[in-house]
Design a protein around this ligand. Structure first.
Ligand code: C5P
Length: 235
């Protein structure tokens, strides 16, 4: 499976998204992009259709978590939008993850990739123990959720590049690791704590990197995107 760079379109409106994507008009390689809850809730399916029409692959980062039947039916809607990657919370359990895969599978047998969120990076071990009553260490919990996702037939997980190797050793080398927390080595970290460069993410075995501000807030976003591609995909 080829490695790719996914740009997080963390903009509040479709207008800003299209102004940003217009910069890539002349590019041969149309970036794979991520649409999250803020943009999707503000602009709905129309923004996904337009981004697809412009030739981009789309990761719909909507993190579904509900009863299996609701997730199955909702995933069918996202699949009909021609999403290329979707995600959910592994905490919804194996039955929910299997139902999601059923919902995503189109009549012709194709489907978007399905990726699980294990524990949110905003959830620390202390909160997990005291609030959620999950007694196991955080890293074990993350790997257990990842192996549940693999058992359910999912394609991979969102994780740190620093965890990619472990995920591959627990879930198999073909199980995808989609990794945010990417910064160039000459840039500030912003609010991310543990960061990795695109080149380092490649070395650590990430399959996809998710890059937001280092591209969206760059003085020259196209150059920043190309730099990600050359460091991560081309090595
Ligand atoms: O701007 P930045 O590169 O930090 O954006 C990273 C993107 O990846 C954002 O859309 C963020 O919500 C997402 N993400 C993350 N850490 C996670 C999961 C998702 O940064 N653990």
């Amino acid at each position: 499976m080829g490695k790719d760079v996914i740009i997080a379109l963390d903009f509040p409106s479709a207008q800003e998204v299209f102004a940003f994507l217009d910069k890539f008009d002349g590019e041969q390689r149309k970036p794979f992009v991520k649409i999250g809850m803020e943009l999707f809730y503000a602009e709905g399916a129309a923004v996904v259709r337009e981004v697809k029409r412009r030739g981009h692959k789309v990761f719909l980062d909507l993190k579904l978590h509900d009863i299996p039947n609701t997730v199955k039916r909702s995933m069918a809607v996202l699949s009909a939008l021609d999403a290329d990657m979707c995600n959910l919370h592994a905490g919804g359990g194996i039955a929910m993850m299997k139902a999601a895969l059923e919902g995503l599978t189109r009549a012709d047998g194709t489907r978007p990739l399905l990726i699980a969120v294990t524990q949110l990076t905003s959830t620390g071990e202390e909160v997990m123990h005291r609030e959620l009553w999950i007694d196991r260490p955080l890293d074990q919990t993350v790997m257990h959720y990842a192996s549940n996702a693999a058992l359910a037939g999912l394609d991979g997980v969102v994780c740190s590049p620093l965890e990619a190797d472990k995920v591959h050793s627990v879930c198999g080398k073909d199980f995808l690791t989609v990794t945010p927390g990417i910064r160039f080595d000459d840039a500030s970290k912003g609010d991310q704590v543990r960061v990795t460069t695109p080149a380092k993410a490649r070395e650590l075995g990430s399959d996809y990197i998710v890059v937001g501000r280092p591209v969206t807030a760059a003085a020259d976003p196209v150059a920043a995107y190309r730099r990600c591609v050359s460091e991560f995909c081309d090595g």
